[in-house]
Design a protein around this ligand. Structure first.
Ligand code: HEM
Length: 204
């Protein structure tokens, strides 16, 4: 299909990120940074409800740190490589796979550990009785429920791609889904962290 020297260019094009994603990535990352920054500024400048702080166990801190660490590695290796080289390969791909292993292991542990404190309490205020201080307010709770399905999709798209099930079109669609769901995971984790920071410094 690709004559002579064009063969490598053709193969590279097939592996390079989808044009729409690569072109919009810098703007999308700036948008995520602006939204997270705005959340922090509004939270800090606002009056804060001074709710009592909840205590996290060591295990809860470890699971949270493992999630943040693995998502940071995945975001830096993939988005960094796309922004600098236009594709993910070499050492960046190696470290992406290191982060991927940690993330695939951490996601179910995160789901089990943080599921209960991330549930929305739908009872009316007067019906709640004496309860412990909430771990999270609405923003981190909502982001937790975004991270779980998006994290599952980002993992499954690549795990399914490793099985001999899909043709070229299917693999391209999986990679596309992987990129967009990965971006959603990164944005949701960043917003979750900003909510946790606001709670820790007593602004929620
Ligand atoms: C927050 C999580 C993640 C983000 C943001 C992310 C992002 C990305 C991006 C942007 C690419 C580049 C695709 C391209 O070349 O255009 C990529 C590739 C890749 N990712 Fe992820 N990823 C994440 C999680 C994972 C996980 C959990 C796995 C493994 C289960 C994984 C495995 C891979 C593989 C194997 C590639 C290379 C695909 C190829 O070149 O065809 N990633 N990822």
């Amino acid at each position: 299909m690709f004559a002579d020297g064009n063969m490598f260019a053709g193969l590279f094009a097939a592996h390079a990120a989808g044009p729409l994603f690569t072109q919009t990535l810098p703007f999308l990352l700036i948008a995520v940074a602006v939204v997270v920054g705005a959340c922090l500024v509004i939270g800090i400048a606002g009056r804060g409800r001074a709710e009592p702080k909840s205590r996290w166990s060591l295990w809860e801190w470890l699971v949270y740190a493992a999630t943040l660490g693995s998502v940071t590695i995945l975001a830096v290796t993939s988005f960094g490589a796309l922004l600098v080289n236009g594709h993910l390969g070499s050492w960046a791909l190696f470290f992406h796979m290191v982060g991927a292993g940690a993330f695939v292991f951490t996601l179910p542990v995160l789901a089990v550990t943080w599921c209960e404190p991330s549930c929305f309490d739908l009872r009316r205020y007067g019906e709640r009785g004496q309860t412990a201080p909430p771990r999270f307010y609405w923003l981190p709770k909502l982001m937790f429920w975004v991270v779980l399905p998006a994290g599952w999709i980002v993992s499954m798209t690549m795990l399914v791609s490793m099985l001999p099930l899909l043709g070229t079109e299917g693999l391209n669609s999986m990679t596309d889904l992987h990129r967009w769901s990965g971006l959603i995971v990164v944005a949701a984790v960043a917003l979750h962290l900003s909510g946790v920071v606001l709670q820790r410094i007593g602004r929620r």
